[in-house]
Design a protein around this ligand. Sequence first.
Ligand SMILES: NC(=O)c1ccc[n+]([C@@H]2O[C@H](COP(=O)([O-])OP(=O)(O)OC[C@H]3O[C@@H](n4cnc5c(N)ncnc54)[C@H](OP(=O)(O)O)[C@@H]3O)[C@@H](O)[C@H]2O)c1
Length: 330
Amino acid sequence: MSKFKALIADQKDSQFTASIQEIDQSQLPAGEVLVRVAYSSLNYKDGLAVTGKPGVIRKFPMVPGVDFAGMVVESSSAAFHPGDEVVVTGCGTSEIFWGGYAQFERLDSEFIVPLPKGMTLKQSMGIGTAGFTAMQSVLAMEHHGLKPENGEVLVTGAAGGVGSVAVAILAKLGYKVVASTGRAQFHAYLKSLGASEILDRAAVAAPSKRPMDSARWAGAIDSVGGDTLAGLLRSMAINGVVASCGLAGGPAFSTTVFPFILRGVALLGIDSTRVPNAQRREIWSRLMRDLPMGLLDSMIVEAPFDKVFAMGEQILKGQIRGRVVVNVNS
Ligand SMILES: NC(=O)c1ccc[n+]([C@@H]2O[C@H](COP(=O)([O-])OP(=O)(O)OC[C@H]3O[C@@H](n4cnc5c(N)ncnc54)[C@H](OP(=O)(O)O)[C@@H]3O)[C@@H](O)[C@H]2O)c1
């Protein structure tokens, strides 16, 4: 392995470039563990990075791709050995560390977790940062007291990556899941993942003259933000809990304090990047337990390496269904 393929994003004189190039092992940054990458994945953040949008890459040149899974080739860490199958999800990858859009990658062991037993490398990238964030959101809501008997849980952006995995996990755990989507063609898909009802996303985000609407949601996982988050906050039930994890519909939202002071609603922020290794392992073990692998397989589309540019544009337009696994070796 001295030469291999990597997607290199660079910026010179404010001019952004990104292309798949052949590079040498000696160009890889330092790190304890060298991994032969089998698959990466496509997240919203990857769409931003490969299309040159600001907000993700913090130093150039950069190998984008926040996630990767593969086999350890060399390790100076006692935690991993050659031949181990491992998974990495967003941990500064594609921001300050080189990421998974490459056939080899080197990273420190604190960011790496073993592939859960019973899961394939491809399935782990079917989960990727999006699915990891969905599970992290469920755990945060559980820690805040959410239980299936508390009532219905709303998932917004449901046909996307975070949303699809969230629907499948919550349904498996016995929650009554209501999926909000803007794409009518995916109603049957969302029902197949376990949604008991589908709402049009325009209805969730519709403005209201009242500061509070009828109490409905015991919980909500929101990957959309903007008016959607403002709308669902007005309909939270007493002691309802919201996991805010995304901004596919916009970062800014306007609300009042009423959901918080009249209904005791808790708004939990979810950041999947700064998660200590022990907690990462816990999240992966809950994913293995609570995400039906057959349903996960039904969410996955496999894409060859050079498709990430076109699919990166598509994910930013909200046109990707479920999860895209990127085969960096095809
Ligand atoms: N906090 C974290 O650590 C973390 C981790 C992962 C992802 N995220 C964030 O979570 C969001 C979703 O990521 P993803 O990878 O799941 O992306 P994704 O697959 O594109 O899913 C986003 C979904 O949001 C909906 N949507 C898109 N544009 C919209 C708009 N203008 N208005 C309303 N709804 C819209 C669409 O769902 P429907 O077609 O079903 O309506 C789309 O499928 C992104 O903002 C991402 O940055 C955050």
